[in-house]
Design a binder for this molecule. Structure first.
Ligand code: FE
Length: 130
């Protein structure tokens, strides 16, 4: 996929916090129930913490109880790819513009999509509704 935002490792390291870099660029995971947004009900758009692309809406957010912010769908298409790491078969979710790791999507979400986009708080930033 052609990226709109391409930066060197050095640039990402300089611009992101340590946690953002570890999750977005190194595919890390924040510990459950520790992030900023898993319980948030604030209205607005969630943008990529790496590049600012709008990724999710508070309208599609639901309380999954899993400890990470969860959405039934992305605002627009996100990049999804098979992840065979950690002895599991999962679907990784990435920002289409910068390739940043966001989290994973599972098939155990509520209607209408049945999907659960399980996203690291550190990978996104809430832009409150004006
Ligand atoms: Fe991004």
């Amino acid at each position: 996929m052609k990226r709109k935002v391409v930066k060197s490792e050095e640039e990402w390291k300089r611009e992101l916090s340590e946690d953002e870099y570890r999750v977005l660029r190194k595919k890390g995971t924040e510990a459950p129930f520790t992030g900023k947004y898993h319980r948030s009900k604030d209205q607005g758009s969630y943008v990529c913490a790496g590049c600012g692309k709008v990724l999710f809406s508070s309208e599609d957010k639901f309380d999954s109880g899993c400890g990470w912010p969860s959405f039934t769908k992305p605002t627009e298409e996100v990049e999804e790819q098979r992840d065979l790491g950690h002895g599991m078969v999962r679907t990784e979710v990435l920002c289409p513009d910068c390739g940043g790791h966001l989290g994973h999507v599972f098939n155990d979400g509520p209607a209408p999509t049945g999907q659960r986009y399980c996203i690291n708080s550190v990978s996104i930033k809430l832009k409150p509704k004006e």
